[in-house]
Write a protein that binds this ligand. Structure first.
Ligand code: ZN
Length: 117
């Protein structure tokens, strides 16, 4: 079953943006940059879809949404090699073949910057 998590996630992003805008008495929000780790599995296009729908009628309406993906970074627990797997299902160390390892990045999701007027 496919679940769309992008709706609630985009709602949280918008909430942060609107709180920031209110705090700084913004007339309009120009640009929002969001950092998303590849491991979260969140897709850019539904986030954009929800962003446009949810921000409509708010000060964030029409704001440019920049989505920055960070790669998955894994540190091998056997040989210490740090590598970037294609996805979370192929965690084989390219150096020694060890499966698994410690995930250093790729799970993050946060609002990086907000530009207002
Ligand atoms: Zn290794």
């Amino acid at each position: 079953m496919v679940e769309l998590h992008e709706g609630p996630v985009t709602e949280s992003i918008l909430k942060i943006v609107l709180e920031y805008a209110e705090k700084h008495n913004a007339r309009t929000v120009n640009k929002v940059s969001v950092v998303i780790g590849k491991m979260t599995g969140y897709e850019e296009s539904p986030i954009r879809f929800y962003w446009e729908a949810l921000s409509s009628g708010t000060v964030a309406e029409g704001a440019e949404l920049e989505v920055i993906y960070t790669p998955i970074s894994v540190k091998c627990q056997s040989c210490g090699e740090v590598y970037e797997p294609e996805d979370q299902y192929s965690l084989f160390c390219p150096n020694c073949g060890f499966y698994g390892g410690e995930i250093k990045s790729g799970k993050e999701l946060f609002v990086d910057s907000i530009e207002i007027d």
